[in-house]
Design a protein around this ligand. Structure first.
Ligand code: SAM
Length: 178
């Protein structure tokens, strides 16, 4: 797994609870190592810890809230990592894939909620579009991670999972431990 983290900007607990939770779930399932959430929300931390405890990732996936996303971006750049901001105004992923293969890790992927401040457009190393059409941070993050891992993340397993799915063409089967 690569050193990849996600910064979710402008989380509003009442409005964004579900979408931010989905950002976190996609980050975990598709191979990121952690998420920074700009805004305060203890419930999202609790929900995530429950998922990690049941489905795995507790030992390495990190989630934390931060007051100001800009501080994370500044730190990332100071430490020599790469910052990608996902936005429909960026360069289409299909036109930048070769360049992204050469980036320095750790990688910080920024996704917005409502309007993203101009500062992020100018301080990201890359503004990347998952098509130049408006859609969703959840979809954008999933497709971006899938392109980075070239589909390998779809086979990821978590060693500390308490529930393991035994894939079935028809029906539903799980093994539970602990
Ligand atoms: N209107 C907002 C703006 O101008 O920044 C975007 C709102 S959108 C619901 C929330 C987030 O989804 C964006 O900040 C971006 O991270 C992501 N997003 C939406 N469409 C995208 C696209 N085509 N490519 C990449 N990211 C996208």
């Amino acid at each position: 797994m690569k050193e990849i983290y996600v910064l979710r900007l402008g989380h509003r607990p009442a409005r964004d609870k579900r979408v931010t939770t989905h950002v976190v779930l996609v980050a975990r399932a598709f191979g990121a190592k952690g998420v920074y959430i700009e805004g305060n929300d203890e419930n999202i931390i609790k929900t995530t810890l429950k998922v990690l405890n049941t489905w795995g990732g507790y030992s390495y996936f990190t989630i934390q809230t931060v007051n100001n996303g800009k501080e994370i971006v500044k730190k990332w750049k100071r430490d020599g990592g790469t910052v990608v901001h996902l936005t429909m105004y960026g360069i289409n992923i299909a036109d930048i894939e070769n360049e992204l293969e050469k980036i320095r890790y750790p990688l910080l992927i920024i996704v917005g909620s409502e309007k993203v401040e101009g500062w992020y457009y100018y301080n990201a190393d890359y503004n990347v579009a998952i098509s130049n059409q408006p859609h969703s941070e959840v979809a954008a993050l999933a497709i971006f991670l899938d392109r980075i891992y070239k589909g390998r993340e779809l086979y990821m397993e978590f060693g500390d999972a308490r529930i393991k799915i035994i894939p079935q063409k028809v029906g539903k089967k799980v093994i539970k431990s602990g």
